[in-house]
Design a protein around this ligand. Structure first.
Ligand code: DC
Length: 224
């Protein structure tokens, strides 16, 4: 496999792309970059500093200054924001909700996309997000778009929450997922959509191992 190989994985919340991207990267010996974590880290910092979330200028300033690092450790990749381990802090419902206000800000996207390109430039990377195949790496070597029905994605989320001892009604999760999809797909800047040359996979009825097997098969068939 040549040295500059970029795998782009996009899809809506709950499509399983993070787990799949991590597993694929591990199996290939590639780096794994979770771009959603970068938007979340900027949001976390803005909330932490009590910035005015309705002011693009204030958020852009934070995005420009914030140092985000990914540090692989054991099974996971830890996320650091200005030296602080925010891996778990960026996953709260509060941060998720606020991130959907921060991610559409064009100035924030410009800053983060340029960092994502710098991270991917050396290749041998699996990068995961909403716009990797369409905007960040339109010339990625292989692109995937993972999807699943909103109901199935809600069931997965429900199980994750239950595993952490938290309860929420399935119906409210389905509704939240549909709302987030609508926002991601209809925003003006880099809306969520499959790149024309992406391999689209519906994972509703597939196990994670089955999806990874398909993905690795496609990557190997495209690798020189
Ligand atoms: O994948 P995630 O749930 O961690 O993403 C968090 C938010 O960031 C979500 O609102 C979508 C947005 N996002 C984005 O706009 N572009 C990306 N490349 C990745 C995530």
């Amino acid at each position: 496999m040549h040295s500059r190989f970029v795998v782009a994985i996009d899809g809506p919340a709950g499509s399983g792309k993070s787990t799949i991207a991590k597993m694929a990267a591990h199996s290939l010996g590639f780096r794994y970059v979770d771009t959603g974590a970068m938007y979340r880290a900027v949001t976390w910092k803005a909330l932490e500093e009590e910035a005015d979330m309705s002011s693009p200028a204030a958020i852009i300033k934070i995005a420009r200054r914030l140092k985000i690092r990914f540090v692989p450790r054991e099974e996971t990749v830890h996320v650091y924001a200005d030296g602080r381990d925010v891996t778990h802090l960026i996953r709260t419902e509060r941060v998720s909700r606020a991130t959907s206000l921060v991610a559409p800000v064009p100035g924030v996207r410009k800053i983060l996309v340029s960092r994502q390109r710098a991270m991917g430039r050396r290749g041998r990377v699996v990068m995961e997000g909403r716009d990797i195949g369409t905007a960040v790496f339109p010339k990625a070597d292989v692109k995937f778009y993972l999807d699943a029905s909103p109901e199935e994605r809600a069931r997965r989320r429900y199980k994750q929450l239950a595993a952490r001892g938290r309860r929420a009604s399935l119906k409210s999760i389905v509704n939240a997922i549909k709302r987030r999809d609508h926002k991601d797909k209809n925003r003006r800047v880099s809306p969520l959509m499959p790149a024309p040359d992406a391999v689209v996979l519906d994972t509703t009825k597939l196990s994670q191992h089955e999806v990874v097997r398909v993905i690795l098969g496609v990557i190997k068939s495209k690798a020189p």
